[in-house]
Design a protein around this ligand. Structure first.
Ligand code: PLP
Length: 429
């Protein structure tokens, strides 16, 4: 795909629209009208875009893998429900996320529990609730899961999360050989398998590999998945039983910055026959369910974060637009959620007829810290007090990945648009 000259405009054309007056619309509804009804700041999600994205990914990996939803990307039960209606199970990382997935209608056997620090109370909660599978990340946790299983008189299905070794650094894979708090090191895999096999209350059924987030290259993902199949085959050989699940993690990326090219689903599809052949050829793998569990890829493109301009200020030759929205709701857009280099998320004026001249504009939030910046140099038309701006790619790692308590502003509403109707799925604080 060609590099889009203005990523925000390209994303609006792909997932949203503008009417004749240049007003941004979500699922056919005017963003101005949505802010009149629900106030600002505001998260808006388009269920139609979520469904289209889910179906396109499933179609690309059909015959190879099923697609679950990683709840931490957006744990609102109404969002989980959209993906579940499309066929997704849920990957969760806490007892509260288990409850959110259950509230969304996901049956417990379609839920898997990952995360490096699962405590006894959360384990009791999910085992009592009949969870499908728990991913083991370290020795203490394995013992804790076994003890919880015994307390409930249950046999719990578990998978081993493996942190790949140096051999996984080759080619396009870009993973492996590094120290990590997640999972068992590949070098210790056989010992970990034997330790799980010695626990009567645990049944080792699968492998879990999650190599890293925001992968935009098909060849990188294919290399990681192929490596995962090799690890899975080793587990099946050592236990002497066929594997039931091979969880290859999430990590499919979306374009955030100008110059990012979207993941090429066609290239992903083209690489799958080799992996499918590997699965079929190995009796230890042939009957396994292969699972992908993306969060960002599924939920990100469907969301907007809308904020209202409070002031426009020139300071020594730079233009600052001060809004009511900021890093307290959207840490990622401020560049403070793990980004090494701070670059601007795609951001647009809600009303933009395209005629006005654009100028590089800093968009800042209301917090008393220079970190609270939604864009450093967004190409925006002139704006005034009362106007609206929208951050694109805001459906994943938005509100619940942000320091919402910092400066004690109220929580924004979250709104889901579907079939021409807008529903508050979280009310304003
Ligand atoms: C965070 C996480 C995911 C989702 O990651 P994305 O990059 O959003 O796809 C999937 N699996 C596990 C275990 C995770 O921790």
């Amino acid at each position: 795909m060609a590099v889009p000259p203005d990523l925000a405009a390209a994303l609006i054309a792909e997932n949203f629209s503008r009417d004749a007056g240049g007003v941004l619309r979500v699922g056919g509804l005017s963003v101005i009208d949505l802010t009149k009804e629900f106030g600002t700041p505001l998260f808006v999600y388009d269920a139609g875009t979520m469904r289209r994205t889910y179906r396109a990914l499933c179609a690309a990996v059909t015959g190879f893998a099923e697609v679950d939803f990683s709840v931490k990307a957006n744990p609102n039960p109404a969002v989980i429900r959209v993906f579940h209606e499309e066929g997704a199970g849920a990957e969760i990382a806490s007892g509260a996320e288990f409850d959110a997935a259950r509230a969304a209608g996901v049956p417990p056997e379609r839920i898997l529990f990952a995360g490096p620090g699962k405590g006894a109370a959360d384990l009791d909660r999910v085992i009592a609730g009949g969870i499908g599978e728990i991913h083991l990340e370290n020795r203490e946790e394995m013992v804790r899961v076994a003890a919880a299983a015994e307390r409930h008189g249950a046999t719990v299905r578990v998978a081993l999360r493996i942190n790949p070794g140096a051999a996984a650094q080759g080619g396009a894979m870009r993973m492996g050989g590094k120290p990590s708090p997640f999972g068992f090191d590949e070098e210790a895999m056989d010992a970990a398998i034997d330790a799980v096999e010695a626990q009567a209350a645990l049944r080792l059924v699968g492998l879990h590999l999650f190599a890293g987030t925001q992968g935009l290259k098909a060849e990188t993902l294919l290399g990681q998945w192929a490596y995962g199949l090799g690890l899975a085959a080793r587990i099946a050989r050592r236990t002497g039983r066929p594997l039931e699940t091979i969880d290859l993690g999430g990590g499919l990326g979306i374009p955030y910055f100008s110059g990012d090219a979207a993941l090429d689903l066609g290239a992903l599809r083209a690489g799958l026959p080799d992996l499918i052949a590997t699965l079929r050829a190995d009796p230890g793998l042939a009957s396994a369910r292969v699972v992908l569990e993306p969060g960002r890829y599924l939920a990100g493109p469907a969301g907007l974060y809308v904020a209202r301009v409070l002031a426009v200020k020139e300071s020594r030759g730079s233009r600052f637009v001060i809004t009511d929205g900021g890093m307290h709701h959207h840490l990622g857009a401020s560049g403070n959620l793990g980004q090494v280099v701070k670059r601007d998320f795609p951001l647009a004026a809600v009303v933009d007829g395209g005629a006005a001249a654009r100028a590089a504009t800093a968009v800042v939030g209301p917090l008393c810290t220079p970190l609270d910046m939604l864009a450093r140099a967004a190409p925006l038309p002139p704006l005034a007090e009362g106007d609206l701006v929208a951050v694109l790619q805001s459906g994943a790692y938005g509100l619940t990945a942000s320091p919402t308590g910092f400066l004690s502003h109220p929580l924004p509403a979250e709104v889901l648009v579907e079939d021409g109707r807008a529903t508050a799925i979280r009310h304003r604080g």
